[in-house]
Design a protein around this ligand. Structure first.
Ligand SMILES: *[C@@H]1O[C@H](CO)[C@@H](O)[C@H](O)[C@H]1NC(C)=O
Ligand SMILES: *[C@@H]1O[C@H](CO)[C@@H](O)[C@H](O)[C@H]1NC(C)=O
Ligand SMILES: *[C@@H]1O[C@H](CO)[C@@H](O)[C@H](O)[C@H]1NC(C)=O
Length: 219
């Protein structure tokens, strides 16, 4: 038995090494690939998207880097993406059309970036999107009324701690599946336009985290 195991050992090592090499084959340098569909490049000091991300990636973790832009064809290439985390990067804008082909995307985190506006139709027809995080963009002052057009499955929307002084109710009304919206920590201006947002929130207060208390929109 023992001699048999000794004889097998080099063979097992070679097999293990080749398995590890195959697994690592498509993993971008300096990233981790804990399973065949996850690429984890968080906190690697990246200043752009890594090259050679496997095309069948489903979970792409890119938070805590310095990435300033997403190429417009990015989601055409990575059409299996379900989970995209770009939290805490240097994105200042999302080019129109970038997300229009994100048909499988369920979770998108663009929080803690430097976005300044969310133009009309930014998310195209991302009909699978369930959670969208856009909070902590300190210069984000404009959300177009049609910014979230087509997001028919969206349940959770985060817009907290941005620079919003107003928000058209239509932007929220277009979201038939919305369950939770976070709006706290914005410098709201309480003029006449604001009154309609306020009454929407009164009618939909169960969608605010911790519900009930509308003034200040909960912090
Ligand atoms: C954001 O990313 C930078 C760069 O990796 C990191 O130093 C910083 O701690 C991160 N900030 C937060 C709030 O995680
Ligand atoms: C963020 O955007 C603002 C407004 O466009 C700009 O003044 C600022 O320099 C940007 N900050 C970073 C860290 O890119
Ligand atoms: C109310 O304030 C918002 C944000 O500053 C502004 O966009 C809007 O035009 C104002 N509406 C009125 C009726 O003054």
């Amino acid at each position: 038995m023992l001699s048999c195991a000794c004889w097998l050992q080099p063979f097992l090592f070679a097999l293990l090494a080749s398995v590890l090499l195959t697994l690592g084959e498509n993993c971008p340098t300096s990233c981790l690939c804990p399973d065949p569909h996850t690429v984890d490049c968080s906190g690697k000091g990246l200043t752009r998207l890594p090259d050679s991300i496997p095309l069948d990636v489903r979970r792409l973790l890119l938070s805590d880097n310095w990435i300033p832009r997403i190429p417009t064809d990015f989601l055409v290439l990575y059409s299996d993406l379900v989970y995209l985390d770009l939290r805490n990067n240097s994105l200042s804008r999302i080019e129109p059309g970038t997300l229009s082909t994100a048909s499988r995307l369920v979770f998108l985190d663009l929080g803690s970036n430097n976005l300044t506006e969310i133009p009309k139709g930014t998310f195209g027809e991302s009909r699978s999107l369930i959670k969208l995080r856009l909070g902590n963009n300190p210069h984000l002052s404009a959300v177009n009324e049609d910014a979230f057009q087509g997001l028919t499955s969206l349940r959770e929307l985060e817009l907290e701690r941005n620079a919003l002084s107003g928000l058209q109710v239509g932007a929220l009304n277009q979201l038939p599946s919305l369950r939770v919206v976070r709006l706290e920590g914005n410098p709201w201006v309480c003029n006449c336009s604001f009154a309609s947002l306020f009454s929407w929130l009164m009618d939909n207060r169960q969608k605010l985290p911790n519900g009930k208390s509308v003034p200040g929109f909960v912090s």
